[in-house]
Write a protein that binds this ligand. Sequence first.
Ligand code: FDA
Length: 309
Amino acid sequence: MIRRALLTAAGSDRLRDIAAGAPISRDVVHRFVAGEGTEDAVEATRNLLSAGLLATIDHLGEDTTELAQAENTRTAYVTLLRRLADEGLTGGAEVSVKLSAIGQALPGDGEKIALEHARQICGAAEAAGTTVTLDMEDHTTTDSTLGILTDLRRDFPSTGAVLQAYLTRTEGDCADLAYEGSRVRLCKGAYQEPATVAFQESAEVDRSYVRCMRVLMAGPGYPMVASHDPRMVEIAGALAVRYERPKGSYEYQMLYGVRPDEQARLAAQGEKMRVYVPYGDQWWGYLVRRMAEKPANLSLFLRALVSKS
Ligand code: FDA
């Protein structure tokens, strides 16, 4: 119930405006968000790499409704990639891109615009010596996102995909994408989805996650296990052993600020551990989805909101 309310709040312009107007404690936001500017993202990346972790960086923003905003996001990624290259960080850092932030939802030519912007970001990533992963958003965009991925992979074959285990279609999508060179991030899924397309019970989502992991681990692609769930992490390790995958032929991924001790533990064991680093001023939807996943984070956030506003 709390999760449902929070996921609705994540899309609420009114709540976002109220929160954005409040001087929210920097500590609360900064636990999960690297900061607002490019240099904040570069700094967070440098710190993670020094600690033996990898990074994927997300310029926050989604549901872009104006072309200029989509262009700004494209430019922010290109600038970020240049700065990461300047600082010698691209060996351990890639970027994650939401297609809705670069134009996918614009009326008319939205898909074409998003594809063109994604190409420019992939080109900048290639020039910087790294790559891009396309985030996955709500289920109405899945086919469009996978179509754009197919187009991008023709020129940029290392472009990564994200699949969401809560969708009933995903086991099949995993099978389609489990080919040589294919990087697939598997997550549970963060949006509010109807029973017509998604498992509703967390136990069903977990079972689907395990089935999907098995398909990815058994195949020749590069699985990226994106979960904080100790059971999923343990099962991923067991599947890697079963399918005789050496460390480094798959990776773990977690969000910035979430289970940092576990991130360090996996890295210390010689596993590839990539941290998803969000930055930018559009932090509202992102932060509220984190609250929905872990209501303990909500009380921390609400206390800060009430005491500082
Ligand atoms: P889940 O939320 O089911 O929690 C299971 C257990 O994990 C908890 O009981 C607890 O033990 C532990 N846990 C979880 N959160 C914790 C916390 N904050 N602190 C301590 N323990 C915690 N989604 C999407 O729809 N599209 C996308 O593109 C992406 N991209 C993405 C990238 C990366 C790198 C990650 C890690 C996640 C995403 N997600 C995503 C989000 C994802 O779909 C999902 O909502 C969250 O990861 C939460 O699901 P979990 O599998 O982590 O565990």
